[in-house]
Ligand binder design. Structure first.
Ligand SMILES: Cc1cc2nc3c(=O)[nH]c(=O)nc-3n(C[C@H](O)[C@H](O)[C@H](O)COP(=O)(O)OP(=O)(O)OC[C@H]3O[C@@H](n4cnc5c(N)ncnc54)[C@H](O)[C@@H]3O)c2cc1C
Length: 321
């Protein structure tokens, strides 16, 4: 069967790999320049910075084979399993990409056809196949027997509306209930090695900040570089504030906690950071529409849950073949 998976986040990558491994012809379509979605690594003047997801866990046995493959392929290593003097944080393995959080996605898609810089403008079912169309009159157009969508559901609903597509009302109503929190990420370079000891993180130093990490101590950056994630509440408060004003209280906090000066910074606003209300099932599979939906809107917040969502979507598809 010929399949298109829209979205190269972890759910799309796992789904595509499962489908490829079971003998199907798969193309992944991704609007970004790279793969990984919210598992994103940026370069800044020689530094590598994970500015989205920071680490992942593997508790579900179904993902152990991939973990082994990633480790054997030098894509993933364990980052830490506990934080000194933080007995409130549970002890378990947290993994990271060797060069950054995009590594596991890149590894999964090594043998999968990927169309990057392809923003799906609309989808259409006609004549027994799905058409997936890029924006613009000369935009790319692909056909498939079955379509998998892995975008955060608010973006999926926009795609449905552009495409004049709807599921039956009860499904649409569940999809419309899905909610995401936002996260303002501040990241950049430091003028010297920070003072944060291994593993290089500080969680919830103030009510405004959820996470502060040193990418050099983490092991991915050659240069001192930090990532800060504002809390959902504070992100909402400063969402529409111009960048230079949004960072007014954050820059001194980073400099104080890391004992270093920020030499360069930038902001990324994650509109759909983590789902606060999900669909209630790991994925949605419609054999009659030849359409499946997956991602953390279904599996729940966290990389591992999104991965399992993609896995189970692939299982549902292969079972009906
Ligand atoms: C700031 C932040 C910190 C986080 N920290 C952690 C953490 O430490 N550990 C953890 O486990 N989880 C963390 N998460 C959550 C985790 O990143 C997500 O749950 C997971 O990565 C979601 O994967 P996904 O495949 O469902 O979606 P995504 O990764 O969002 O993938 C969806 C893909 O679809 C693409 N796309 C969207 N629209 C279109 C279109 N029209 N056409 C083509 N492509 C399109 C997007 O570009 C994207 O690549 C964090 C998230 C954020 C934002």
């Amino acid at each position: 069967m010929k399949l298109i998976v829209v979205g190269a986040g972890i759910s799309g990558c796992i789904c595509a790999r499962r489908l490829l491994d079971t003998g199907h012809e798969v193309t992944v379509v991704e609007k970004g320049r790279g793969v990984g979605g919210r598992m994103s690594t940026r370069r800044m003047n020689g530094a590598a910075i994970d500015h989205g997801a920071q680490f992942f866990t593997i508790r579900d046995n179904r993902l152990l084979g991939y973990l082994q493959e990633w480790r054997n392929g030098d894509s993933v290593v364990e980052w830490y399993d506990h934080v000194p003097n933080r007995s409130d944080l549970t002890d378990h393995s947290r993994f990271r990409g060797v060069l950054g959080m995009t590594d596991p996605a890149k590894h999964l898609l090594r043998n999968v056809k990927v169309e990057k810089n392809f923003f799906v403008e609309f989808i259409k079912w006609s004549g027994g196949s799905w058409t997936v169309k890029e924006a613009g009159t000369s935009g790319r157009s692909l056909q498939a027997d079955h379509l998998v969508l892995t975008l955060p559901v608010p973006q999926m609903l926009n795609l449905f509306s552009r495409s004049n597509f709807e599921f039956k009302p009860e499904v649409m109503s569940n999809l419309k209930n899905i909610r995401y929190s936002r996260c303002l990420a501040l990241y950049g370079l430091l003028d010297r090695v920070s003072s944060i000891p291994y593993p290089g993180i500080i969680t919830h130093p103030t009510p405004q900040v959820d996470w502060l990490a040193d990418n050099q101590v983490k092991g991915i950056s050659q240069k001192p570089a930090f990532t800060l994630h504002a809390s959902a509440k504070f992100s909402d408060e400063i969402w529409n504030v111009p960048d230079k004003d949004a960072v007014l209280s954050l820059v001194p906090l980073v400099e104080r906690l890391m004992q270093a000066k920020i030499s360069e910074w930038t902001i990324h606003r994650w509109h759909f950071a983590k789902p606060s209300v999900t669909f209630g099932e790991s994925h949605f599979h419609s054999p009659e529409s030849r359409l499946s939906l997956a991602g953390d809107s279904f599996g729940g917040e966290r990389i591992e849950n999104a991965a399992i969502s993609g896995w189970e979507a692939a299982e549902s598809i292969t079972q009906v073949v």
